[in-house]
Design a protein around this ligand. Structure first.
Ligand SMILES: Nc1nc2c(c(=O)[nH]1)N[C@H]1C(S)=C(S)[C@@H](COP(=O)(O)O)O[C@H]1N2
Ligand SMILES: [Mo]
Length: 521
């Protein structure tokens, strides 16, 4: 008999350490599952695990966030969720062990988890007050299951120690297995229930969004996809995605409202029908993220369908002195756009509801988002948008501003080499290279390339679709065997040549020339 099982006075009979740890983990499982089940009724994003993860993202210091994105790329959120899971399992196991003498330490740890969950859910602007029922269910299930299982296991240990008849080994194991099965069933039910109420089913009912004014057809020579550039229009599934949402906000058209207020003559509130029943326009626009490194992938092009932001704002009547269009997403994320850019009809800022012939995909902001040609997404492209406040720069500060990014951020002229790939080995002789360039709102006039720091040579450009979209380019060099380097640079239609000065993405977008190395033999 180990000292762990040493019989002593009544309630100090201890279960083995591993069993004690398992009790903590089972209680955690029950808690998460109960929360997930209730979230199925009150809104999927109320699931405490997701809510805590979302809260963690908002609280994460910028340096750590940048590190996570750099290190894990688009897996950063998965890594966060897994990391949270590991920490929770370890803490729960430790709590179980700490409770070998008394139920109190474990119950306290579970209660603390519960309170963190309640705070995280209550802090989510896209959830209503009933949503806290989910973390409350977690708390109750966690403490309840822990106390119950612990009592069962400890009674058994004590009976064994005192060589008395206690609960059978079988009933104790069954209780543990029951918790696992019950948690699985509750979790799955929550998933199904949330799925039935999520945005996808609402989106499936939207039907065709037929623009009154369609965008000009994309000419066949608008890209060099056959050579290796991206296709001119990015399919929705390939369109880059950048947002702070761990779980995609689920907004149904029937629940969506857009409120326009602040420095306006009359407040407006529109529902989905109000927007889709207007004459819709379609525009081909290339969006870019300020976090795109030189040569990076966060740039894509789509046909957006929606209404002119200028029309909506003019209906509300923008008052003199207004500077900032402060837009808010259902998940609380915010962006600040110059009012002048939103009102400028020549720019064509939109409240978009469609993308490439479909309703907006849920990840891209369904039911509605902003798209402002020529401005980086973080200052213009609010997804799941629910509020437009007309205000000043001094009155409101948008999400990324307190995290080191600039107040104004027009997209910088950039060009990228898509082929050959960096460090590729090719046959010596004629080497074809190509890629994309963008200078939104001014337009790309030329792309030049150079081999091994030689003279700049002008590349062949694809047909221009409009000044707000990217242009593809290609060129050919005669290359002897050896290792080589190529760079590209774009010139916009105002004659401005893309700067070669290397700067990082913070505070207002990276600059520098995309340069790659390859070998020929
Ligand atoms: N609600 C919300 N909208 C958002 C963001 C966000 O984090 N949350 N990110 C912005 C940023 S930084 C960019 S670049 C664009 C990206 O839009 P996409 O994901 O559709 O490509 O959305 C913008 N809109
Ligand atoms: Mo972005």
């Amino acid at each position: 008999m180990t000292s762990d099982e040493e019989p002593s006075t009544s309630d100090t009979a201890k279960v083995p350490v591993l069993v004690a740890a398992l009790l903590g983990v089972l209680a955690l499982l029950a808690a998460l599952a109960a929360g997930h089940l209730v979230a199925g009724f009150v809104g999927g994003n109320a699931s405490p695990y997701l809510a805590v993860g979302n809260g963690a993202i908002d609280l994460t210091p910028v340096e750590l966030k940048d590190y996570a994105v750099r290190t894990f790329g688009t897996y950063d959120k998965l890594v966060l969720l897994l990391g949270m899971a590991v920490v929770m399992v370890l803490v729960s196991a430790a709590a179980g062990v700490a409770s070998r003498r008394s139920v109190v330490p474990g119950a306290v740890v579970i209660a603390v988890f519960g309170v963190v969950g309640i705070v995280a859910v209550a802090a989510r602007p896209d959830l209503t007050a009933v949503a806290v029922l989910a973390p409350i269910a977690s708390l109750l299930a966690g403490v309840g299951v822990f106390a119950w299982l612990r009592r069962l296991f400890h009674t058994k240990a004590k009976a064994k120690a005192e060589q008395e008849e206690g609960p059978s080994r079988r009933s104790v194991l069954l209780a543990g297995a029951g918790v696992v099965v019950g948690a699985g069933a509750a979790g799955a039910a929550g998933q199904v229930l949330a799925g039935a109420r999520d945005a996808a089913s609402s989106r499936a009912n939207v039907g065709a969004l037929v623009p009154a004014r369609t965008a000009p057809a994309i000419p066949a020579d608008a890209d060099f996809a056959k050579l290796g550039t991206p296709p001119f229009l990015t399919p929705n599934k390939d369109f880059y995605r950048v947002d702070t949402a761990l779980s995609v906000p689920q907004v149904r058209t029937e629940d969506w409202r857009l409120r326009i207020h602040g420095m306006v003559d009359r407040e407006l509130t529109c529902d989905y029908a109000d927007i889709r029943d207007r004459p819709l326009v379609e525009r081909t626009i290339t969006m870019t993220c300020v976090s795109n490194e030189v040569g990076g992938p966060y740039v894509s092009t789509a046909n957006f369908v929606g209404v002119d932001l200028a029309d909506l704002l003019t209906e509300a009547g923008v008052r003199p002195g207004a500077e900032q269009l402060f837009s808010t997403s259902v998940d609380g994320w915010t962006a600040g756009t110059p009012v002048a850019a939103a009102l400028d009809r020549g720019r064509g800022a939109m409240l978009a509801i469609g993308m490439n012939g479909e309703p907006l995909p849920v990840e891209h902001g369904f039911p509605a988002r902003l798209v402002v040609p020529g401005l980086y997404g973080y200052v213009s492209a609010t997804k799941w948008v629910v509020e437009l406040e007309i205000t000043t720069w001094a009155a409101r500060r948008a999400y990324w501003l307190d995290r080191g990014w600039a107040e104004r951020a027009p997209i910088k002229t950039q060009s990228r080499i898509d082929f050959p790939k960096g460090f590729e080995t090719l046959p010596a002789g004629k080497v074809r290279l190509g890629g994309v360039a963008w200078a939104q709102h001014t337009g790309v006039a030329a792309v030049e390339v150079r081999l091994n720091r030689g003279p700049w040579q002008e590349a062949m450009l694809s047909k221009e679709v409009n000044a707000d979209t990217w242009r593809m380019w290609w060129h050919e060099f005669d290359v002897p065997a050896g290792s080589h380097q190529i760079s590209c640079r774009a010139t916009d239609k105002s004659g401005q040549v893309q700067t070669g000065e290397r700067r990082g993405t913070v505070p207002d977008g990276a600059t520098g020339l995309h340069t790659i190395s390859f070998t020929t033999r």
